[in-house]
Write a protein that binds this ligand. Structure first.
Ligand SMILES: Cc1cc2nc3c(=O)[nH]c(=O)nc-3n(C[C@H](O)[C@H](O)[C@H](O)COP(=O)(O)OP(=O)(O)OC[C@H]3O[C@@H](n4cnc5c(N)ncnc54)[C@H](O)[C@@H]3O)c2cc1C
Length: 310
């Protein structure tokens, strides 16, 4: 039997497992994805790469600042500046490097889709790609709207998630030849709320065309979630070219990723949830706020609770 099963290898799950490991507790992480990191992600296509999830990180608390400092010192993170202004810390050579740095010496099962989780008295039953597994303790770190699929709509913890909300985000990835100039636009009221030259981040591999990432603003994302990937490119690419002042003929690659649950718009206000003094826990960025620091803080706080109670 698995001592502690963690569902999700995003920053919450990885931070939780690392803290447990430091205290000598063994956990196994299951993630449905091919890679680790969840919304901290880097996509590699034809020799190019795009950070299509989290763009950069800023730490506010001392504990998370220390983690980022360690990553910068070891080379898995670096400081990103635009026109000498600090934007934030990014993974090096991609945002997914942050997840890799957090995953060292952990037992992680990828391509492992977890189905329903059920209470079986003194243990928990759950399915992984259809096969049954058992664990003494279970930590669920998926976005709050995905929790009912695992626990069932009637589970008491599901009712507690009502105040939590997420916004979707359509992310355009494009390779565009652009004369040197401005590399970041950040305006939550614009149709494209974030536009950045991804290839301007430190330690990215040199490529002929510069790579860009653009986010549709909250309203545009919400209104167009049902469109096909090709329709989304047709919608967003002219907006990007317009912003950059170049023609569509300067574009050598474009695709769109649809994040249904991208950023937390209303958090829970607690570091994690526990089901009636049992060994079933929920954690995630959505417990505390929006962003990687919230995810790390939630995962670490939950691990400390488990360590304390073991
Ligand atoms: C487009 C975008 C831009 C962002 N920009 C920033 C930014 O600039 N700065 C910042 O700090 N934050 C940013 N964020 C938010 C940040 O990425 C998240 O706050 C953080 O990564 C959340 O981590 P998490 O571990 O809580 O959740 P996730 O990263 O969502 O991890 C959950 C994991 O659970 C897995 N999973 C889900 N269901 C199952 C299942 N049934 N079985 C197995 N595995 C499952 C998923 O595959 C995933 O890996 C951005 C997010 C997006 C999408």
């Amino acid at each position: 039997m698995i001592p502690i099963a963690i569902i999700g290898a995003g920053i919450t799950g990885l931070a939780c497992a690392q803290r447990l490991k430091e205290a000598g507790l063994k956990s196994v992480i299951f993630d449905k994805g091919r890679g680790i990191g969840g919304r901290v992600a880097t996509r590699r296509i034809d020799g190019m790469q795009f950070d299509h999830g989290a763009q950069y990180i800023n730490a506010h608390g001392r504990a998370f600042s220390a983690v980022l400092e360690r990553f910068v010192a070891s080379g898995s993170a670096a400081t990103w500046r635009a026109a000498n202004e600090l934007i934030g810390i990014v993974g090096s050579p991609g945002m997914s490097s942050l997840a890799k740095a957090l995953s060292v010496d952990l037992d992680i099962r990828q391509n492992a889709l977890v189905g329903s989780i059920m209470d079986a008295g003194n243990k928990w039953l759950f399915t992984v790609n259809g096969s049954e597994q058992t664990a003494t303790q279970v930590v669920v770190t998926v976005p709050a709207p995905q929790v009912p699929a695992l626990l069932g709509l009637e589970h008491p913890l599901v009712a507690k998630l009502k105040p939590v909300s997420f916004a979707p985000c359509l992310t355009l990835m494009a390779a565009v030849r652009v004369p040197a100039g401005r590399i970041v636009w950040d305006d939550e009221n614009a149709l494209l709320s974030w536009v950045a030259q991804d290839s301007s981040k430190p330690n990215r591999s040199a490529s002929d065309a510069s790579t860009w990432v653009a986010h549709a603003g909250a309203k545009l994302s919400k209104q167009n979630l049902e469109k096909t990937p090709a329709e989304l490119v047709d919608l967003m690419l002219p907006m990007l070219c317009d912003r950059l002042g170049v023609g569509l003929d300067q574009v050598s690659y474009a695709s769109v990723h649809r994040w249904l649950y991208a950023r937390v718009t209303a958090p829970l206000g607690l570091p994690f949830l526990q089901h009636e003094n049992s060994d079933l826990y929920l954690a995630g960025d959505w417990c505390i706020g929006s962003g990687v620091e919230a995810a790390w803080t939630s995962g670490t706080a939950l691990a400390n609770e488990i360590i304390f109670s073991n």
